[in-house]
Design a binder for this molecule. Structure first.
Ligand code: F6R
Length: 366
């Protein structure tokens, strides 16, 4: 059932070109430059009337939600508030009628996420959920649903569900952007043209797994890792760090690159590898200067950069290139090598990646 892969996690990492496609398949019209989301549960008029957007989730799904904020605010120009479900539900949140409340969950059974959705519904918000497990409690209780269609995810560390969630968020952002008149038909077509290239780009990254193995071999004995990203890739730094700690038991932290000088820089020394995500976007130069500060303190730098990049390639200790794409689409591509890095570091340390200690696939306790 692992189709020849040693672990479910690796199998699921490799399924991503297909699962990303499955999340999009049959859900858009090129001619209209629009997403076609029949189960979304809200009419165009209701979407047009949305005042604020909330995204609430836990763990990796929360990281997808953070990416969603950058995406929706850019593509829909509507304020988005992202919350951890266990924080949201206990603080009497200011949800109002006509708010759009998005939850994200692989299992659709996470207790805190469910409770948050119930609370939002009770306050009159419309709940749309991005869920992988068909017929799960969250799917049944939501007004609208966007299935990720990734198939069962067995590995406890979420991989294909995460990129499926990001893909679903692109579809939702496209729909909202079109309905609310922020995106034209031509804009919509341009988005779809970019989106459909993702599976091929992910395949190209997977074909270079050996490069990630080489990086893992150099650094797997370290006790701490720092992950830095900016803008829409800041949540990917958080996700990279979470993947590493879950399955390798190495302490890892994700940080917004610009925050480093406000504290964490004190930790940096030659024993702290720093993984830097540096897509070619308007923040690139800023990220390079953060990196120089890291280098000056002799920390080993593992740089993930866009193809064709030279500057960082010269300074970093290890470089992995990621296909150059629109900045808003880069998170999916940057997530893949980080999944592979966590996997191979864990394997080198002899950890059981499919069944990490203390973790359950579905967290139904509060
Ligand atoms: C991390 C991981 C967890 C889940 C979290 C939410 O790899 O799997 O952090 O993302 O427990 O689970 P779902 O998405 O099922 O609500």
């Amino acid at each position: 059932e692992k189709s020849g892969f040693p672990h479910f996690m690796l199998k699921e990492i490799y399924e991503q070109p297909q699962t990303i496609l499955d999340t999009m398949r049959g859900r858009y019209s090129f001619e209209e430059g629009e997403a076609d989301l029949p189960d979304i549960g809200l009419t165009n008029e209701q979407f047009a009337a949305v005042g604020r957007i909330w995204i609430v989730a836990c763990g990796t799904s929360w990281h997808a939600g953070l990416v969603g904020k950058y995406l929706l605010e850019e593509m829909v120009r509507t304020p988005v508030q992202v919350d951890i479900a266990s924080e949201f539900r206990y603080r009497n949140p200011l949800v109002e009628k006509n708010d759009l409340f998005i939850t994200i969950s692989q299992s659709g059974e996470t207790a805190d996420t469910l409770a948050a959705a119930r609370e939002a519904k009770q306050k009159g918000a419309r709940v749309v959920s991005i869920v992988n497990v068909v017929g799960s409690t969250l799917a049944r209780e939501s007004d609208g649903i966007l299935y990720t269609h990734c198939g069962p995810e067995i590995g406890v560390a979420s991989t294909k569900a995460f990129t499926g969630q990001l893909t679903a968020l692109y579809m939702l952002a496209l729909h909202l952007g079109r309905v609310r008149g922020v995106l034209s038909k031509a804009d919509g077509k341009a988005w779809l043209e970019r989106l459909v290239t993702l599976p091929t780009l992910v395949k190209r990254i997977l074909a270079r797994e050996a490069e990630v193995v080489a990086i893992a071999k150099r650094f797997y004995k370290k006790r701490n890792f720092l992950y830095l990203g900016r803008g829409i890739n800041y949540p990917i730094a958080l996700e990279g760090a979470l993947k590493l700690k879950e399955i390798s038991y190495i302490h890892a932290e994700g940080y917004a690159a610009g925050e480093m000088k406000h504290g964490p820089i004190a930790l940096i020394d030659r024993d702290m590898p720093v993984v830097v995500l540096a897509p070619r976007d308007r923040l690139y130069e800023k990220t390079v200067s953060n990196l120089m500060e890291v280098k000056a303190r002799r920390a080993p730098v593992i740089a993930l950069v866009a193809e064709g990049e030279r500057e960082l390639g010269m300074t970093a200790d290890a470089v992995f290139t990621v296909p150059d794409t629109h900045p808003l689409l880069s998170p999916i591509l940057f997530a893949i090598p980080l999944q592979l890095l966590a996997y191979h570091v864990a394997i080198l340390r002899g950890a059981d990646v499919d069944q990490p200690r203390n973790l359950a696939k579905s967290v139904t306790v509060e």
